[in-house]
Design a protein around this ligand. Structure first.
Ligand SMILES: Nc1ncnc2c1ncn2[C@@H]1O[C@H](COP(=O)(O)OP(=O)(O)OP(=O)(O)O)[C@@H](O)[C@H]1O
Ligand SMILES: [Mg+2]
Length: 326
């Protein structure tokens, strides 16, 4: 069965005056019913750009430069604005990175909830009281006090605002939920609550599929069923989370994972410990494999030609070491 959300050779580039930044450059992935797909990668690898491109929220200077995104089999970039708007919040929702800083400061949380209800009342049978009740219950689940609904976002701490964005985005039970660094402002205890909350939503099938973007492998590991590793705008390895974490194939993933033994380890640290060199300039990436300059297994072909994606033991890996070894 095809995934609920499918990216096929997706390219999303920033067309700036100075350069074309190829932030997402040929990404294919599937978010399946019942799965939580973690997208991990170091800073600047294109995770957030992928997130907004998957959600259909591309704005200049970012443009779709190729490929497609399908939500339940329908190409979202072939949809009209109206149709795309109608699936927001109920079909395909996103909590963008830094969403907590973008909350309207002149609205109470209750007003934000009312706006969400109002924008879907025409297309959905919504019982307003039910939604507020659900908001109250769910607020408690993620450690937010009841009074939070009556406060303005400026009156809340960063961690509270971050949880409010999660609450708002899950309010109408979207089928697919994309979360971009959703726990970055939370301490470990609250982070656990939020992860548990998201897992409960999956178990209740209130949400059917999640894409969880993070640079923190320990957090990804707590929730992911599938994992995709991003490097310089591309996915170099994807498959069942346990396999990718426990027995990675791509030299980049191997470097990352070898450094990650204790909880709380992030890709930033892993980079320091397990990998030398820097990721490439995305305005001018290497011609062949993008990881080639840093790779200790590199071969002559890696410099010349982009590796194909091979499938080995359930993992899809974009590396010449595995080409033809399917
Ligand atoms: N508005 C923009 N104009 C030009 N380039 C941009 C813009 N926004 C992002 N980029 C570039 O696109 C690339 C990918 O950025 P992106 O924010 O998607 O990375 P990320 O993996 O989410 O990083 P982080 O872990 O820091 O959130 C980077 O090289 C970044 O500099
Ligand atoms: Mg980001």
């Amino acid at each position: 069965m095809p995934g609920l959300l499918v990216a096929d050779s997706l390219k999303a580039y920033y067309f700036t005056k100075r350069a074309v930044v190829r932030a997402v450059d040929g990404v294919s992935l599937e978010a399946e019913d019942g799965s939580v797909l973690a997208v991990v990668g170091e800073s600047g690898s294109g995770k957030s750009t992928l997130g907004v491109a998957l959600a259909g929220l591309v704005k200049p200077p970012l443009r779709i430069a190729g490929g497609s995104v399908y939500f339940k089999g329908r190409d979202i970039y072939a949809m009209g604005d109206e149709e795309l708007r109608s699936i927001r919040a109920v079909g395909l929702a996103i909590v963008p990175q830094f969403a907590m800083d973008a909350l309207n400061p002149t609205a109470r949380v209750r007003d934000l909830i009312r706006d969400i209800i109002a924008s879907h009342r025409d297309s959905l049978p919504i019982d307003e009281e039910d939604v507020y009740r659900r908001a109250q219950e769910r607020a408690l689940q993620i450690g937010l006090p009841k009074w939070v609904l009556d406060r303005y976002s400026v009156e809340l701490s960063g961690g509270m605002r971050q949880r409010v964005t999660i609450l708002l985005s899950t309010l109408l039970n979207p089928e697919v939920l994309i979360l971009d660094e959703p726990t970055s402002a939370l301490d470990v205890v609250v982070q656990r609550l939020v992860i548990q909350y998201l897992q409960d939503l999956m178990a209740e099938r209130a949400v059917k599929s999640m894409v969880f973007i993070t640079h923190d492998i320990a957090t990804a590991r707590q929730i992911a069923t599938e994992m995709a590793v991003m490097y310089a705008g591309q996915i170099v390895e994807r498959g069942p989370a346990e396999s990718v974490i426990g027995s990675p194939l791509h030299p980049y993933t191997k470097g990352l994972m070898s450094a990650i033994v204790e909880p709380g380890a992030s890709i930033k640290r892993a980079k320091l410990e397990g990998l030398s060199g820097e990721p490439p300039d995305m305005a001018n990436p290497p011609k062949g494999c993008r990881f080639y300059p840093r790779c200790r297994y590199r071969m002559p072909i890696c410099e010349r030609e982009e590796p194909p994606e091979a499938e080995v033991g359930g993992i899809k890996v974009k590396c010449w070491l595995y080409a033809g070894k399917t």
